[in-house]
Design a protein around this ligand. Sequence first.
Ligand code: ATP
Ligand code: MG
Length: 277
Amino acid sequence: MSSQTASLLVEETNQVNEQSNDIVEVTGIEKVYPGGTVALQGVDLAFPRGKMTTLLGPSGCGKTTLLKIIAGLLDATAGEVRINGKVVSGPGPERAFVFQDFALLPWATVVKNVAFGLEMQGVEKTLREKKAREYIIKVGLAGFEDNYPHELSGGMRQRVGLARALAVNADVLLMDEPFSAVDEQTRRLFQEELLRLLGMENKTVIFVTHSIEEAVYVSDQIVLLSPRPGRINRIVVPGIDRVGKTSDEIRRETGFLDTVEDIWDTLKKYLDDERMI
Ligand SMILES: Nc1ncnc2c1ncn2[C@@H]1O[C@H](COP(=O)(O)OP(=O)(O)OP(=O)(O)O)[C@@H](O)[C@H]1O
Ligand SMILES: [Mg+2]
């Protein structure tokens, strides 16, 4: 190899490194719960800045566990999480979590619940409630500002959780089945809102869903996890080109439908394997 070719190669490698720009990196993550359940094993993943990564896999494969470890809410048994290149061991303002089970404060109104993340960041009351009200309108809950969680439906509670995560303006949003309790119409509206946010605010989203269709529609990359202990089986890049197309047109395209089918084939195998046991 000539020295010129060698230097070109080095240059190319450097460019790739610069471009990779992963905001969250997890390496060698293992989680063994007290009692001995091995939830995750040897998980290495990189989450590119400004992109949407979805974790998909059967119930119990460790998706929530992995999100909580990235959020710093749970310690890994082995391995590390880096945010912007720095190892983290607890929660931080650059990450916000939308919980699978809403995690709302039952004694606080919708406004107070939405403002809670900002309160934790020390934002002054008038400002945080103003911000909270803006996001309450964005998620379609105008008029319910002073209601309590027990007065809302499951889907409405989920919207409160979503508004709370959006209001804190964290760079990384960790979303655990955020749209599971809303109807299909609202779900699709939320998907569009999420894509809009990603496009405008350069957020990085780590998303969990059980819907293959939703995953293919919203994701830049989909990580398929195997049944417990969760390991990375495949990474699928849907590569959807949205320019000039409606959501319905995208969902009818052959490329979209083939990707859904391809992922279903992998997940179906897990079910078949389970039945064999
Ligand atoms: N606090 C805990 N103590 C002991 N075991 C736990 C705990 N939390 C989760 N597990 C176990 O770890 C495994 C992974 O759980 P996790 O909640 O991460 O799965 P999941 O992929 O999010 O599932 P789902 O799709 O049903 O939400 C499961 O076998 C579960 O029983
Ligand atoms: Mg879960």
